[in-house]
Design a protein around this ligand. Structure first.
Ligand code: ATP
Length: 279
């Protein structure tokens, strides 16, 4: 990979891509309340790649769902590019990639990527059929699947299916990509390959990415900053700046600096777990 190194923070000007101030999310239930997120503070610059890492139940998906306006915070402030999450959703300011690819088996790869654009075609924001097709092909090119437009999801590997769902999330050319453990179900080699592809795509497009993962290596390799979270209650324990140079590749993963940064993330995770001594 020889793409030019991006400026890792605040590529754009103006508002942060995401702004959290004392953000809280409490789920009320018959068995009692769950504090999924407590007093979270974070600003994500335009064009950053942020990973959220932490133990199961620490609120990673909750934070992503709040950003996507799928749930409403119980307290604090959350802005997406200076707008409310509801407004950002209306303007299709973000794309969301789920843990499972969630593709429609009876539609071809191209038609899966076209789906959100076809849905929009019925609204006021009209886009001609030719323009929609061109956009979908362009997104498939971005994820390296231009030769697979006519295939069906069941004819593709898990990694390829996940790439199709990334292409679909990019269909509206959103500035922000929210990704919830997109490679969690894949084997290590495929995941490392897709990490490289995602980094290339990020460099090529300049999007802001918020990426949920359980993988320390994955988080360090991909990110400009890693946000370490802890559970009960869900909180941001610390943020690690990742100053690894670009392009990042196989050697990056073997460098002493990579090891140091991974150790720093691991230490924060252990602190959050209360495993300070010898874990
Ligand atoms: N809709 C909901 N109703 C009630 N509780 C919820 C709801 N969604 C999440 N929770 C609770 O909020 C907490 C945070 O959940 P969340 O899914 O955000 O964690 P996570 O860090 O993404 O976990 P994982 O790594 O296992 O996906 C958990 O205790 C969970 O049980």
């Amino acid at each position: 990979m020889t793409a030019a190194a991006p400026v890792p923070t605040l590529r754009g000007t103006g508002q942060p891509a995401v702004h959290l101030k004392d953000l809280n999310m409490v789920f009320r239930g018959a068995q009692g309340d769950t504090v999924a997120l407590q007093d979270a503070n974070l600003d994500i610059g335009q064009g950053e790649f942020i990973s959220l890492i932490g133990p199961s139940g620490c609120g990673k998906t909750t934070l992503l769902r709040l950003m996507a306006d799928l749930i409403t915070p119980t307290g604090g402030e959350l802005l997406i590019g200076g707008r409310s999450p509801a407004q950002a959703r209306q303007e299709r300011a973000y794309g969301y990639v789920f843990q499972a690819p969630a593709l429609l088996e009876w539609r071809t790869v191209l038609n899966n990527v076209l789906l959100p654009l076809d849905v929009m075609a019925g609204s006021q924001q009209k886009m001609s059929k030719a323009a929609r097709q061109a956009r979908a092909h362009e997104m498939l090119r971005l994820v390296g699947l231009e030769g697979f437009a006519g295939r069906y999801p069941w004819q593709l590997s898990g990694g390829m299916q996940q790439r199709v769902s990334i292409a679909r999330a990019l269909a509206f050319d959103p500035g922000l990509l929210l990704m919830d453990e997109p490679f969690g179900a894949l084997d290590e080699i495929t995941r490392e390959h897709l990490n490289g592809e995602l980094l290339r795509l990020w460099q090529e497009t300049g999007k802001t990415v918020v990426f949920v993962t359980h993988g320390i290596s994955e988080a360090v390799f991909l990110s400009t900053r890693v946000v370490v979270m802890t559970s009960r209650p869900g909180k941001i324990e610390g943020v690690v700046d990742i100053d690894l140079p670009y392009p990042r590749n196989v050697e990056t993963r073997e460098s002493p600096r990579f090891f140091e940064l991974a150790t720093r993330v691991r230490e924060l995770l252990r602190r959050g777990h209360g495993f300070d001594a010898d874990g």
